[in-house]
Design a protein around this ligand. Structure first.
Ligand code: HEM
Length: 171
């Protein structure tokens, strides 16, 4: 019975990770490049803002689930009878610490993207004509900033997955 409970917690943890990280990667690798190739910039940014708004509650739901199930996973994964000096425990603590730092970095980047740069860019283009071929020069730095933040989110996401696998392998 207890194994089924931990299986459920682990499943929910991986599910939330897949939805958040997978969603970010699909946006960055498929949707944004497709829009870049096929839509004028103002229309592209407006559509991405709508998509982002729909994805946002899912993302923050995943963040909360990952935090709580992650804390639960710690209790399941650690052998509390083992010495703190043992190699297995110190490797686990080190990799978990790295994973948590990466998790915090990803939450901060996601917050900047959702609550700072995204809304600023959306309001800056609100009144622009959707058929314009190029963005006005004063808007371009916003786009640059948001694409740097998005790339960093992609890199940090991949590093979290690496840390998760390392944790599992006891590295
Ligand atoms: C974006 C955030 C996160 C992602 C993508 C992620 C991903 C994963 C994945 C894929 C696993 C492997 C499951 C398995 O092999 O059974 C895992 C396990 C684990 N995660 Fe996370 N996780 C995240 C956040 C967190 C957080 C915030 C914590 C702690 C508070 C945490 C703690 C753990 C622990 C302790 C394990 C079990 C390791 C083991 O079995 O040795 N995770 N995570």
């Amino acid at each position: 019975m207890i194994d089924l409970f931990w299986l459920f917690i682990r499943w929910i943890h991986v599910l939330a990770a897949v939805i958040w990280i997978g969603g970010n990667l699909i946006l960055a690798m498929v949707i944004v490049p497709y829009f870049r190739k096929n839509l004028p910039p103002v229309q592209r940014i407006k559509l991405l803002t709508h998509i982002g708004k729909r994805f946002e509650p899912i993302v923050w739901g995943c963040v909360i689930i990952l935090l709580f199930t992650g804390i639960a996973n710690i209790f399941e994964a650690i052998d509390f009878s083992a010495s703190l000096e043992s190699e297995v425990v110190s490797n686990f603590m080190r990799t978990l610490f790295i994973k948590l730092m990466l998790f915090i970095a990803l939450v901060v980047l996601t917050g900047l993207h959702s609550f700072v740069y995204g809304p600023k860019l959306a309001s800056a283009i609100e009144t622009l004509d959707e058929t314009m071929d190029d963005l006005p020069n004063d808007i371009k730095p916003f786009v640059k900033k948001i694409s740097i933040v998005s790339s960093m989110m992609g890199v940090v996401s991949l590093l979290i997955l690496l840390a998760a696998v390392a944790l599992r392998m006891g590295i």
